[in-house]
Design a binder for this molecule. Structure first.
Ligand code: IVH
Length: 673
């Protein structure tokens, strides 16, 4: 009796713990433990429930698929539940799954489809009469959140498909943030003092479950469709592979690494290949999914609870390791941020030696309670900077202290000794000295970097040398270096040839496109992606430089923070001088021209009348101007288009009299792209 009580207690405890982690992970996107630790808790619980089935309850976390949907989005009932997958953590477990399936199928000869298990967010996309009409999260498998508006911003999701497609069908897939996008997002968030996403899954979930779709739109999300949910009035193909081919033919994105394989040996090979190769994938894969290909077999095998017997997730071991954190050091960022990083006892994780790891900001370090001297868990994924997941508290030496950035730095910038400060509401400390050598050097480095002006030969070392030797003061001076060729050569150990190569690379960088140039300027909060957006919108540097905060804010995906920072950049006198030098050297890119050779709406006059629905009149006018058009208040013979909203006034009559082309709000939106 007491034995049984003990088991019951243990089960209750595990359930409570798992429920808490479920909430942290699925609902608020901020997990406290690694996936591997979570899987381990689930395994313990599943094992106990299998041994003591009398304790199994319908509300056990093993009996449901996902998390509770957030009401704010509106609920979507899934016509067919979205299932989850059972896991195999070893070859033995894979074999056991295969043997069970063979037995039920009455044969061991069938083919499989192997796919990557991408670490993202499961979604179901419903198309009605060829149009994307509902996009939903998995939620608890039966009811998900309606995130249609957000999903519409993901470019790899077709908004419409051939009219020949079934009149109503649903595809399911994984929305994810590629590794590069994940690193960039976390870096930006750290600078802004926002809490960081623990992994790409959380970042994808956090990006998609935004109440403002513009935020979703600003993140480089992608999707792979991995199955057909249902299709009305259509005979489902014989195999999963064929249904994927069909989905692909409709214009959906299917992972090119999917394979149809004929034996379980080949499945093992596929797994081993990607166990090695996953580092080089642009997305995070935490395993492979093995699916039995034949649909009739799938139907015969059926489901057990929420998991199909015909598919399994064969997980990769986590690329984690533990080591001692020797010291927390501070580097100075391009915009003057104090960036803490961990100096580690070198350790090999998945075949790569790790000596340093990113720590982001003081709040994050304190939240995770990471201290100097701790043994810490570190995790790496592909080319993403290794992350410190957290301390192993049981191994904490005595007398460790909570990390304190002001104490560590004695409140001074480690490079220029200026007093550092923390703006209200932010978590980053800053060096206020714009001339701080660390900042100056990094601005130059950034200007010349690959995503910016891409000047070969100007890296960390060379920017430091040029600055220290007084050959340049800022990045604009790079374009005047050729006048100082002799001095340049005189620098210790510089060969004529390498100096000439660098000078040539600098000259060559003059023709870079507008977006790269904007990125190169190093405006706070403007990375490659935002630069791209600004270039597309303004099409010319002059127009961007002349845009006020008001105009910037009206661009989709540009919030007040970026608008502030861009306008402050162009108002700053020092920056004005640098831009003048760049202009004189012929570095400012030409305006982007459309195929017609001009801005899209160049020379076109618009008049708006009546009420617009999807944007304000002011927004519409700003957008027209940004594309080179003009917006007037009166209809004249020179008017090219009259935009007629709801309840148009006398302007419509006047336009009709003059025979001026009349367009609807929708037409205008199409014109504005
Ligand atoms: S198939 C019935 N295929 O893994 C089969 N799932 O625990 C249901 N996932 O929520 C899923 N990549 O979001 C399938 N290639 C793939 C997948 C995949 C990632 C996710 C999916 C699901 C979870 C299953």
């Amino acid at each position: 009796m007491s034995d049984s009580n003990e088991v019951k207690n243990k089960i209750d405890k595990l359930r409570a713990e798992i429920n808490r982690h479920n909430y942290l992970y699925h609902v608020i996107d901020s997990p406290e433990i690694s996936d591997a630790e979570y899987d381990e808790l689930m395994r313990q619980l599943k094992k106990l429930e299998e041994e003591y089935p009398r304790f199994l309850t319908t509300d056990s976390p093993t009996q449901r698929v996902g998390a509770t949907p957030v009401e704010a989005f509106g609920i979507v009932e899934h016509p067919q539940p979205l299932l989850s997958l059972g896991n195999a953590f070893s070859e033995e477990e894979l074999t056991a799954w295969y043997n069970r399936a063979s037995k039920m199928a009455g044969s061991s000869e069938f083919s499989f489809v192997c796919e990557h298990k991408i670490d993202g967010l499961a979604v179901a996309l419903t198309y009605v009469n060829g149009e994307f009409s509902i996009g939903a999260t998995r939620g608890d498998g039966f009811r998900g959140e309606n995130i249609t508006q957000n999903l519409r911003t993901i470019r790899s999701i077709p908004l419409s498909v051939s009219k020949e497609a079934p009149s109503r069908f649903e595809v399911r897939g994984e929305v994810f943030l590629p590794k590069a996008g994940f690193s960039r997002l976390n870096k930006e968030r750290a600078e802004e003092g926002l809490s960081l996403f623990a992994n790409p899954r959380n970042a994808a979930a956090g990006s998609v479950r935004q109440l403002d779709p513009r935020i979703t739109a600003s993140r480089p999300l992608d999707i792979y469709i991995y199955m057909l949910g249902y299709a009305e009035g259509w005979s489902i193909p014989q195999s999963h592979w064929e249904s994927l081919e069909y989905i692909k033919s409709l214009g959906f994105k299917i992972n090119p690494n999917n394979r149809r394989l004929d034996s379980i040996e080949q499945v093992r090979e596929y797994y081993n290949t990607w166990l090695e190769g996953r580092e080089n994938l642009p997305y995070e894969a935490d395993g492979i999914v093995v699916k039995i290909d034949r649909i009739d077999l799938q139907e015969r095998l059926g489901n057990i609870g929420h998991e199909p017997r015909w598919a399994i997730a064969y997980k990769f071991p986590a690329v984690q390791g533990t080591t001692v954190l020797k010291e927390i050091k501070i580097s100075v960022g391009r915009t003057g941020t104090m960036n803490p990083y961990a100096v580690l006892e070198p350790v090999s994780v998945g075949g790569v030696t790790i000596k340093q790891a990113a720590l982001h900001n003081e709040d994050d370090i304190r939240r995770k309670d990471i201290r100097e001297g701790d043994t810490v868990i570190i995790q790496r994924a592909g080319d993403v900077i290794p992350q410190v997941i957290g301390p192993v508290i049981s191994k904490r030496p005595k007398n460790t202290k909570e990390f304190n950035l002001l104490q560590k730095t004695k409140s001074k910038c480690p490079k220029c000794q200026f007093d550092i400060f923390k703006p209200e509401g932010e978590v980053m400390y800053y060096c206020p000295n714009a001339a701080c050598p660390a900042q100056r050097q990094q601005r130059i480095e950034h200007f010349a970097s690959r995503g910016a002006m891409d000047i070969r030969g100007i890296g960390e070392k060379m920017s430091a040398i040029l600055l220290n030797e007084g050959l340049i003061n800022d990045f604009a001076d790079l374009y005047y270096l050729r006048d100082k060729r002799d001095e340049f050569i005189n620098i210790e150990r510089m060969a004529d040839k390498s100096v000439d190569n660098i000078l040539e690379a600098i000259e060559k960088s003059k023709g870079r496109p507008l977006a790269r140039f904007i990125n190169a300027l190093g405006i706070r909060h403007v990375g490659g992606e935002t630069a791209e957006l600004l270039a597309k919108h303004f099409q010319s540097f002059e127009r961007l430089a002349g845009a006020g905060k008001e105009e910037l804010i009206h661009i989709a995906a540009i919030g007040p923070r970026i608008a502030d920072s861009v306008s402050a950049f162009f108002e700053n006198q020092e920056n004005g001088k640098i831009i003048k030098k760049l202009k004189a050297a012929g570095v400012i890119p030409e305006p982007i021209e459309t195929r017609a050779g001009r801005l899209l709406l160049a020379g076109k006059e618009f008049v708006i009348t009546g009420r617009l629905n999807s944007l304000s009149r002011q927004e519409a006018e700003l957008k027209i101007r940004a594309l080179g058009g003009s917006a007037k208040s009166d209809v004249t013979r020179k008017t090219d288009y009259l935009v007629a909203g709801a309840e148009p006034g006398s302007k419509l009559t006047r336009a009709r009299e003059l025979g001026i082309e009349q367009i609807s709000e929708d037409d205008l939106i199409r014109l504005l792209g």
